[in-house]
Ligand binder design. Structure first.
Ligand code: ATP
Length: 307
């Protein structure tokens, strides 16, 4: 597969703060790649080095095979960028904002097509300040797409949006991938990683802890599967036949922990066959479990790491 980004032992120091510490990873053509980590992990620093906005202290980063320090101009005309906490001119309309960037780039705005693909055509004459949070981010994406980039950087594109707006933006991001754009995304939402990424890297305190597809990461680090049964002693006995590890959760349900899907499948049969009609839930490991395992903590809604 063609590599669009190649990062090798990349380090960035600000005085005595090491923001990025010897990280290496590749991004392939046409994929959605997520850099996932809590606030202050080094995500923005990494993205801004790849966008040729900051210089590495050591190591190398290449985009389209060009070095981010020596071949900046060759990279910049082929990328699109939506920065963290994106904002633009409040008093200009959607159309005026997009046309302004087109003028700066000296390109045609391709206004109708871009705005239609982002669900913004109907809002083109609205002032930016009158838009919802989700629509404002779409304007950010529209502005980033004006230069017809092959690679789009989205730095925490859904932070601060409500769950519905976040989901809607995921659909937009997926549609960009279908158009053939390679997407480099940073996020602290595990659900977002699961919904969007072909591959992801976990970054904490400047270090990359693991890289892979979501399935690879989950099967390597996600840990066990669980069956949760709301039921009587008999339900617990059934679970105990298949696993030694049975506990009771805060709601009084029995929780059986299993190493393999096969055993889960075998345990489910007698549970479902029971005349008692137990309420049964199968809990698969997720990126949340992966993060917990490799980073030793959880990320809260605001992006802070809680150990
Ligand atoms: P956030 O989502 O909070 O932006 P992040 O993962 O993007 O987090 P960075 O912004 O890359 O992380 O910051 C990594 C570390 O580098 C942090 O400790 C931050 O305080 C520090 N840092 C970032 N930019 C600078 C700078 N210009 N000067 C000094 N320190 C900086």
């Amino acid at each position: 597969m063609k590599k669009v980004i190649e990062v090798e032992k990349l380090t960035k120091r600000y005085g005595n703060v090491t923001a990025v510490n010897g990280i290496s990873f590749d991004v392939f053509h046409g994929e959605i790649f997520s850099l996932v980590g809590p606030n202050g992990a080094g995500k923005t620093t990494t993205v801004e080095i790849l966008e040729c906005l900051r210089k590495p202290t050591s190591g190398t980063a290449k985009v389209f095979g060009f070095d981010v320090v020596r071949e900046e101009r060759k990279i910049k005309r082929r990328i699109g960028v939506m920065p963290q906490e994106f904002n633009t001119f409040d008093r200009l309309t959607v159309r005026e904002n997009v046309e302004l960037v087109a003028k700066i780039y000296g390109v045609k705005a391709g206004l109708k097509q871009t705005l239609e693909s982002l669900g913004l055509w109907g809002l083109r004459d609205k002032k930016y300040e009158a838009l919802s949070g989700g629509m404002k981010r779409r304007v950010g994406i529209a502005m980033a797409l004006v230069s017809k980039p092959e690679l789009l950087f989205l730095d925490e594109p859904t932070t601060g949006l409500d769950p519905q707006a976040r989901r809607e933006l995921w659909e937009t991001i997926k549609s960009l991938k279908k158009m053939g754009v390679t997407i480099f995304l940073t996020t602290h939402y595990m659900e977002e990683v699961e919904a969007l990424s072909d591959r992801a890297s976990i970054i904490v305190k400047g270090r990359l802890l693991s890289t892979g597809t979501v399935d690879e990461l989950v099967s390597k680090y996600g840990g066990e599967m669980k069956i949760v049964v709301k039921g009587d002693k008999r339900a617990r006995e059934i679970l105990k036949k298949f696993t030694k590890n049975v506990s009771v959760d805060e709601s009084g349900s029995f929780v059986g922990t299993f190493q393999s899907r096969e055993v889960v499948a075998r345990a489910l049969l007698p549970l479902y066959r029971s005349s008692k009609k137990y309420k049964i839930n199968v809990v698969e490991p997720s990126m949340e479990d992966v993060f917990l395992r490799v980073a030793g903590g959880k990320i809260d809604e605001r992006g802070e790491l809680i150990s």
